[in-house]
Structure formats: structure tokens, C-alpha cells
Design a protein. Structure first.
Length: 177
């Protein structure tokens, strides 16, 4: 894949699960779905604050698995993001009843709506005419018994200004042949 496939993580703390018996609409397996990589907990995860890292971390030497759960095009078939979020979170908690889920913070739903609106405008009128993709990924610390769900949007720009181990993992997913 070329530069236009790179992804810029925009953290929205979306909880979503795609697996046997669990589905939202017409989910189809895309080439990156199911890809998993390991990442150290105390990495520079850009917009994730320290308190969020502390939620995931059991011990500084722990690692988290990063798994792409869903990949969709940006003009996604989500009409009510709040309802989508709540249903997804319920499914994930049912799937991992012994794990602590990331806390839901006030204002995140409105933030996600703004993000989608901005992303659609950017990709329709932006420098590069490429379709954006949305990736839903789970960061999971087995030892600590906790998971964190993030949303990332693909972007042809600003990617190289973001550094850190998570960015490298996302880049490797996006640039996979």
C-alpha cells in the first residue's frame, strides 16, 4: 500500500466486537481484520493520556496485544453513533466478563460525531482524493485483565508528524501488501 493508506489514530474510545455470533449490520472480513501485534504499555501513544495508560497497565513490563477488529470505509453505515457505541460496549463486556473495560468519558460521543464529519469533509475535499477507512482496534493486557478500544481513521496526511510504537504498529497494518 502507498502513503495514501497510512492511518492517523484519532482516539475515540469506541468499543466494538466482531466475532462469531456477534455482528453489526453487514460486516465483512477485510484484509487487515484479525491482524495482531504486541506493543509495550509505557509507549508514546500520542493522544492517549497517562491516566488511560495506567488503566491498561498492570506492570511497566507488561505488553498489550493490538488487534484490528473491524475495518470499514469512511462513509460508514452508522447513523446513530451513540447507540452503536452502547451496543458495541455491551457486546464486548459480555465477551470478556472477567476483564475491566475502558471507562466511558463524557463528551466522547459528540467528539466521535465531529470526527466523522471532519473526516468525510477532508476526504471529499482534501489534498488527496482517497477513501478513508475506519479501524476499530482492541488493546488488551491479559495479565492486568483489562482492555481498551480505540478508533482510528486512515489519512494521507499528518501521519509522519505522529510518533510512537502504536503508530508504527498501525503503519505496518496499513502498509501490508
Amino acid at each position: 500500500m502507498n502513503v495514501s493508506s497510512r492511518i492517523l489514530p484519532v482516539i475515540a474510545f469506541v468499543s466494538f466486537l466482531v466475532g462469531p455470533g456477534v455482528s453489526h449490520g453487514q460486516d465483512t472480513k477485510r484484509e487487515n481484520v484479525g491482524d495482531t501485534a504486541a506493543i509495550s504499555i509505557p509507549a508514546n501513544w500520542n493522544r492517549i493520556e497517562n491516566q488511560d495508560l495506567a488503566f491498561l497497565a498492570g506492570n511497566p513490563e507488561d505488553t498489550a496485544s493490538v488487534t484490528i477488529l473491524e475495518e470499514k470505509t469512511a462513509d460508514i453505515e452508522i447513523t446513530d453513533l451513540a447507540e452503536y457505541y452502547e451496543a458495541s460496549l455491551d457486546q464486548l463486556k459480555a465477551q470478556y466478563p472477567d476483564f475491566k473495560a475502558n471507562p466511558v468519558k463524557e463528551g466522547e460521543i459528540s467528539g466521535m460525531k465531529a470526527m466523522f464529519t471532519t473526516a468525510e469533509a477532508t476526504f471529499k475535499n482534501g489534498e488527496k482524493a482517497v477513501p478513508s477507512k475506519m479501524y476499530l482496534m482492541m488493546l488488551k493486557n491479559e495479565k492486568a485483565g483489562s482492555f481498551y478500544l480505540i478508533m482510528a481513521l486512515s489519512s494521507p496526511r499528518l501521519f509522519d508528524s505522529k510518533k510512537g510504537e502504536l503508530m508504527e504498529v498501525l503503519k505496518s497494518f496499513a502498509e501490508k501488501p
